[in-house]
Write a protein that binds this ligand. Structure first.
Ligand code: GLU
Length: 276
């Protein structure tokens, strides 16, 4: 009899413990964020114009503004966001360890990444490009076969280069700063990455040019942890992105951070008019 009571007690304890654990596993991320009162977002600090630190030590860029706009929609206050620096090689581990709630970090949706994170809908489209010094003999990605070429480790740029120019001699760096510095130091013939990111460097260093061809079409998306805990967060974020498409926020951010030549023309005409 005593044995039976003991056994039932043990079974009951196991049942209660498992139940609690299960409840903990299923914590709703959106509820957790709301209870905390702010978002924790992983962004880049070296990827102009998406996430970068300017000369006055201020963090800014498209992804930074998008995170603020998101906080504005969730909390009614754009300041309710804490930023943490991430790099392509460590962003997924920072997300999956819970250090950040979201990654808004020039991150392309890929099937391999979809195995380990959950993506929102895309908010921006880019293409793989090549940057070379002005006057370089390199004209296409195929010309990079047998040549030293710079990539940032863990990026789609690295993967695409290995696919489109399998004989290229790949020089990998952990940060965009190091990668661009290597190009300036003439350690390679070219640097390949997203056109948007390379444009950020080409704007500041006109001795480099971006070749006209694009080799991929990639969508940037917001990444969150996979699983049921982010079901409501993911649905909310997709709704907010739809709203941002409708109310013009995404177009505004594009014009602000990645102005096309026609935007620049309109801007300069406006400035000239103002000066007159
Ligand atoms: N968008 C590319 C990627 O997700 C390159 C930029 C980056 O890694 O941040 O790999």
């Amino acid at each position: 009899m005593l044995k039976k009571i003991l056994l039932s007690f043990m079974l009951l304890s196991v049942f209660i413990l498992c139940g609690c654990e299960k409840q903990e596993e299923q914590t709703d991320k959106l509820a957790e964020i709301k209870a905390r009162g702010h978002l924790i977002v992983g962004v880049k600090y070296d990827t102009k114009p998406f996430g970068f630190v300017d000369g006055d030590n201020v963090l800014k860029g498209y992804d930074v503004d998008l995170a603020r706009a998101l906080a504005g929609k969730i909390f009614g206050n754009e300041k309710k966001v804490v930023f943490k620096q991430v790099y392509p090689h460590n962003r997924i581990s920072k997300l999956n360890s819970g250090e950040v709630d979201l990654l808004i970090a020039t991150m392309t949706i890929t099937p391999q990444r979809e195995e380990v994170v959950r993506f929102s809908k895309p908010y921006y489209t880019v293409g793989q490009a090549i940057m070379v010094p002005k006057g370089s003999p390199i004209e296409t990605i195929a010309n990079l076969n047998g040549k030293r070429t710079i990539v940032v480790l863990g990026t789609t740029g690295e993967k695409n280069l290995r696919r489109f120019a399998p004989e290229a001699r790949v020089l990998g760096y952990k940060t965009y700063e190091q990668a661009f510095q290597a190009l300036r130091d003439k350690r390679a013939m070219a640097f390949t990455s997203d056109d948007t990111i390379l444009s950020g460097f080409a704007q500041d260093y006109p001795e480099f040019v971006i070749l006209p061809q694009r080799y991929t079409k990639e969508g940037y998306a917001i990444a969150m942890q996979k699983g049921e805990s982010t079901d409501s967060l993911a649905a909310d974020i997709d709704n907010i992105l739809d709203e941002m498409t409708r109310d013009g926020t995404l177009v505004y951010l594009k014009h602000k951070w990645v102005p096309s030549d026609s935007d620049k023309e309109i801007l300069s005409k406006r400035i000239k008019r103002q000066i007159k």
